[in-house]
Write a protein that binds this ligand. Structure first.
Ligand code: FES
Length: 317
């Protein structure tokens, strides 16, 4: 179930999990159950100033409430400071979702690699594998042992847990872990960009399938790739043709024209603005769709992706 409109949820409980991490439990205002979700799903949470932030759901998928863990970023844009410092139990937050661009695929065995708060989407996956009797190795790197959240749940998940506090052990042994996994293993990673890059290159070096990645920030290369020239879009519902100039996104052009659009991160990482492409060839600049999705070319993130100069995309909207 995906709720595309945002709605108010009540903060039922707000606990400190460890060094700068806060667990927020969100409940439906009238006591109804919130939509269920699959491991890897995230929600959008409204923060002051009208912005939204994305948080992976990290509780139990069948529970009537949602749980998110927020890492306080002292030098961030302010959303995490608001959620960690200001929000109290009983407050209401605008939320939207769940949405899942990081699904748990079926594999013989799994290697999960988490960096810091990147543990949040991988924890429910490891627990699901544990319930299904599928073997998991879980490499968890973080600044210090004290900054690691969810150690008890991870310990109970049945995963073979490798904890890697970087203050005493240095950067996690990603290449070695990936080389040691059987070829049929699914490799997942969520963490900061250097960790994601290390996992991608280790998979490439080992001749494996690309890893499944969840990013906190856009892939460094993605937003600078490809064209920035003008092109056209045609809207299947109305037949209207609009020009997208070099300095604007499709999303901005649609907004300005008064169309109802759905967007959240506007950086190509959350998947909210996904739009089906009926004809034409998009130039993808998002960090959420897989390479296979990009090659199929039948959908795109209209907040960042474009088309070649002078070409036209027919969009299903
Ligand atoms: S709004 Fe997040 S991917 Fe486009």
């Amino acid at each position: 179930v995906t709720q595309t409109e945002s709605f108010a949820a009540v903060v039922g409980q707000a606990d400190v999990l460890g060094d700068g991490i806060r667990l927020l439990r969100l409940m439906e205002r009238t006591g109804k159950a919130l939509p269920s979700w699959e491991p890897g799903a995230h929600i959008d949470v409204g923060v002051p100033g009208g912005a939204e932030r994305q948080y992976s759901l990290c509780g139990q998928p069948g529970a009537p409430y949602w749980e998110i863990a927020v890492q306080r970023e002292a030098n961030g844009r302010g959303g995490s400071r608001f959620l960690c410092d200001t929000v109290r139990a009983g407050d209401q937050l605008a939320v939207r979702g769940p949405r899942n661009h990081f699904p748990l695929i079926t594999a013989e065995t799994y290697l999960y690699i988490a960096g810091g708060i990147g543990v949040t989407p991988l924890l429910p996956m490891a627990e699901q594998c544990g319930r299904d009797g599928r073997p998991v190795r879980f490499l968890y790197g973080a600044r210090t042992r004290h900054s690691m959240a969810f150690l008890e749940r991870l310990g109970q998940s049945g995963a073979e847990l490798v904890l890697w506090p970087q203050d005493t052990k240095g950067f996690p042994p990603i290449g070695e872990e990936i080389r040691n996994m059987v070829p049929q293993a699914a490799v997942y990673c969520c963490g900061p960009s250097p960790m994601l890059a290390a996992v991608e290159s280790a998979c490439r070096a080992a001749g494996r399938q690309p890893p499944l990645l969840e990013r906190f920030a856009p892939d460094a290369g993605a937003l600078t790739d490809g064209e920035t020239a003008a092109f056209e879009i045609e809207l299947a519902s109305s037949g209207e043709v609009l020009s997208v100039p070099p300095d604007k996104s499709i999303l901005q052009v649609l907004d300005e024209r008064g169309y109802d659009t759905d967007a959240s991160c506007e950086e190509g990482i959350c998947g909210t603005c996904e739009t089906a492409v009926l004809s034409g060839v998009p130039i993808h600049r998002d960090s959420v769709l897989t390479d296979a999705d990009h090659q199929r070319g039948d959908c795109m993130m209209i907040c960042v992706s474009r088309a070649a100069a002078g070409t036209r995309l027919l969009l299903d909207r």
